[in-house]
Design a protein around this ligand. Structure first.
Ligand SMILES: [Zn+2]
Length: 295
């Protein structure tokens, strides 16, 4: 028995296509108000507050800070926290989606300590925590178009590796696991990124990621594109997200369920969306997913 195993699993279901999700929504319609009511009991206050929960990264119960950044409202004026981005661990700083992804890799994929892993981030606390647990981890940041893939730059007493996820410097079949967290929505040619991840994965390896996901959409909505001459064309009002290196990153698409088909077209044999929720581990709100594709 491990500390994690005494809490209920956060994994409610796993889906391979939109039709499976629609079927689940029908069957689970009665459960939705129960989950929503548990969330509601927490958010009677509009001030930031703390709730204790088990942090998968820390491996212990920690105070999780709930703030109102990025909150949304419905037609009745009810405010909904952006649950994936908040409930951050007071010790390691990981938010709900980061902890969910870590649960998936340790509990569902049971990744070995000596696994070869690539993560598309390096200047983050998450990278440092992962590196301590998985020594064969390679991290990188996207540092712009002036650098060659694999090149390192010295910045703030750290060597930062540059990689472009659509043309990675790694040899084919190198990694057991690739992790990205809210990256693909910022990559205009995300299909090339999927193919490139498949190329550098070993057969049987996994691509594990989060993206903002629009579960009511069967199809991905393209918000911006890059023209042949390299100009950005806005098809919808531009949307920018925070970036750990500073500045805002343009969101090129809002992913829908055809994301899973795009992964298969890129050469993955399986692609699934895993639905999570669990108050013991500080995962609230509906509906949030971790995506996994098997090479
Ligand atoms: Zn933590």
């Amino acid at each position: 028995m491990t500390a994690a195993s005494i809490y209920p699993s956060i994994w409610l279901a796993e889906f391979g296509e939109f039709a499976e999700w629609q079927n689940y929504r029908e069957i689970a319609a009665g459960a939705h108000p129960v989950l929503a009511e548990i969330d509601d009991r927490l958010i009677h206050s509009r001030r930031p507050f703390q709730v204790n929960g088990y942090c998968s990264l820390c491996g212990s119960v920690q105070p999780l800070s709930v703030r109102w950044d990025y909150a949304g409202t419905d037609g009745n004026g009810t405010i909904f926290p952006a649950w994936t981005e908040i409930a951050a661990c007071g010790c390691c700083g990981s938010n709900s989606r980061m902890r969910a992804l870590f649960s998936y890799l340790t509990e569902k994929l049971a990744v070995a300590a000596d696994a070869e892993i690539y993560i598309a981030e390096q200047v983050t606390e998450y990278y440092r925590r992962l590196k301590a647990r998985y020594p064969n981890l390679v991290g990188s940041e996207y540092l712009g178009t002036d650098l060659a893939p694999g090149e390192t730059v010295h910045r703030e007493a750290e060597f930062i590796r540059h990689e472009d996820i659509t043309r990675l410097s790694f040899q084919s079949g190198r990694f057991d696991l690739i992790i990205t967290q809210d990256v693909f929505e910022h990559v205009p040619d995300y299909r090339s990124a999927f193919s490139e991840c498949r190329r550098v994965l070993k057969s049987g390896g996994h691509l594990l990621f989060t993206v903002p996901f629009f579960y009511h959409q069967p199809d991905t909505e393209i918000r911006a594109a890059v023209s042949a001459s390299g100009e950005i064309e806005h098809l919808l009002p531009p949307e920018y997200h925070g970036n750990p290196l500073g500045g805002g990153a343009l969101c090129f698409q809002h992913f829908g369920w055809d994301l899973l088909g795009s992964l298969k077209q890129a050469g993955f044999s399986e692609a699934t969306a895993a639905l999570y929720w669990g108050p013991h581990q500080g995962h609230f709100g509906q509906y949030f997913f971790v995506f996994s594709a098997k090479a």
